[in-house]
Write a protein of this length. Structure first.
Length: 343
C-alpha cells in the first residue's frame, strides 16, 4: 500500500505494519519517516534493531539469520535493511520474498534506499512486501506542495506564519528541504509559540536553495522569469559547468521544434513518445503557445552561435549568455552581444 510522505504520521498512528519500503533522493522526508518508524517501533517494544547494508559483499543469509535471532532484552525483532542501489539483485529478491512469509507481529522490517523506477516497483519482491506493508516514495516538493509542507512543519514546532512568510522560506530553501527544516528549527528556538513576520525570518535564515538543470528547464518553459534568473545564479555559484546548461537548452529547442512542426501540421502529439510525462506536459504547452516558429528559428541561431563560443571558451561571463538564451525561450526579446560582460 502506498502512503504519501505527508500522510505517513497518520498511517503510523493507526498501528505498525510488518514491513515498510522507503525510497527516494529527498533526504529530509526519508529521514523523518525512518525516525518516525523507529519512534513508533520503540513504543511497541522494539527496543533493539539490527542494521544491514546490502552492498556488493553482502551475504543475504544475514537477513534470514536476523529474523531468527533471539535477544535477551527484547522479544521483538526490528531489522533495517538498506539497498544502496535500490535493487536487491536476483539472490536478494528471492530472500526478501522468503522473509516476507516470516514477518509477524514480533518482526518488523524496514527497507530503504535511493530513488527507484517503475521497474523496481513492479518487481516481485517489492510487490510481495508491499502487499503486507506500506511503501512511500520521497521526492523534492515544489510550489504549493512545498508551501504546505513548510506550513505543517512550522505548526509542528509551534510557530505561526502567514502565506507571505511561508513563501519567503520556500524561496530561500527551494530544492533543499533539509535546509528548510533546519531553518524552521532555528525559528522555533527564537519564536516558539509566536507568530513570525517576513522581516523576522529575513534576519534569521539564509539562502540555501539548490536547483538542478532539469528544474531550470521546466521553469524556463513555464516562462517564470524571476525564478529562472535565481536558478541560474545558484547553478553558477555551485560551479555547475555552463556546457551542461547549454546542452540542456539545445535539447529542449530540438524537442520544441519537433512538437511545433507536428502542431502546425495538425498532427496529434504523443507526449510519451517524446519522453514527456503528464506532470511536464503543461510546461511544453505553455512554451509552444508562447513561441512562434520564426522565434524558435532565432533561438536556434543563437544556440548555434553560443555552442561554438562555449566550446572555444570565448565567453567572459557564460552565465550572462545563458540567462540571455533562457529569456529568449521565455519570449523576452533581448539583444545582448555574445560575450558581453555585465558588472
Amino acid at each position: 500500500m502506498q502512503v504519501y510522505p505527508n500522510r505517513f504520521d497518520e498511517q503510523l498512528k493507526q498501528g505498525l505494519s510488518s514491513c515498510y519500503l522507503l525510497f527516494g533522493d529527498e533526504p529530509q522526508q526519508k529521514f523523518s519517516i525512518i525516525n518516525a518508524v523507529r519512534h513508533h517501533a520503540r513504543k511497541k517494544g522494539f527496543d533493539e534493531r539490527t542494521v544491514l547494508v546490502a552492498d556488493k559483499d553482502f551475504n543475504w543469509n544475514q537477513l534470514l539469520e536476523a529474523t531468527q535471532a533471539m535477544s535477551l532484552f527484547s522479544a521483538n525483532i526490528f531489522i533495517e535493511l538498506e539497498l544502496p542501489t535500490g535493487k536487491p539483485g536476483s539472490e536478494g529478491s528471492k530472500m526478501l520474498q522468503s522473509v516476507a512469509q516470516r514477518l509477524s507481529d514480533d518482526i518488523l522490517l524496514l527497507v530503504h534506499g535511493p530513488k527507484i523506477g517503475k521497474d523496481v516497483q513492479k518487481a516481485k519482491w517489492f510487490k510481495t512486501l508491499d502487499a503486507i506493508g506500506v511503501h512511500s516514495i520521497c521526492y523534492a516538493l515544489e510550489g504549493r506542495q512545498l508551501h504546505s509542507w513548510i506550513q505543517q512543519t512550522l505548526q509542528h514546532v509551534d510557530v505561526k506564519a502567514d502565506t507571505v512568510t511561508v513563501a519567503l522560506i520556500a524561496d530561500f530553501c527551494e530544492g533543499n528541504m533539509m535546509a528548510a527544516h533546519q531553518e524552521i528549527e532555528k525559528l522555533a528556538l527564537v519564536y516558539a509559540g509566536q507568530s513570525v513576520t517576513r522581516e523576522q525570518v529575513e534576519q534569521i535564515i539564509v539562502d540555501q536553495s539548490r536547483f538542478t538543470v532539469f528544474q531550470l528547464v521546466d521553469v524556463m518553459l513555464n516562462g517564470e522569469q524571476q525564478r529562472c534568473v535565481k536558478m541560474l545564479y545558484r547553478l553558477e555559484s555551485e560551479g555547475v559547468e555552463p556546457n551542461i546548461v547549454i546542452w540542456a537548452l539545445i535539447r529542449e529547442f530540438q524537442l520544441l521544434w519537433k512538437l511545433k512542426i507536428l502542431l502546425e501540421q495538425n498532427q496529434p502529439v504523443s507526449w510519451q513518445r517524446f519522453g514527456i510525462w503528464r506532470n511536464r506536459q503543461g510546461c511544453y504547452e505553455n512554451a509552444l503557445a508562447r513561441l512562434s516558429k520564426p522565434v524558435l528559428g532565432q533561438i536556434r541561431e543563437q544556440l548555434k552561435e553560443a555552442d561554438v563560443a562555449f566550446k572555444q571558451n570565448q565567453i567572459v561571463r557564460p552565465y550572462v549568455k545563458l540567462c540571455h538564451l533562457c529569456m529568449l525561450f521565455m519570449g523576452v526579446p533581448l539583444s545582448l552581444p555574445l560575450g558581453t560582460s555585465v558588472a
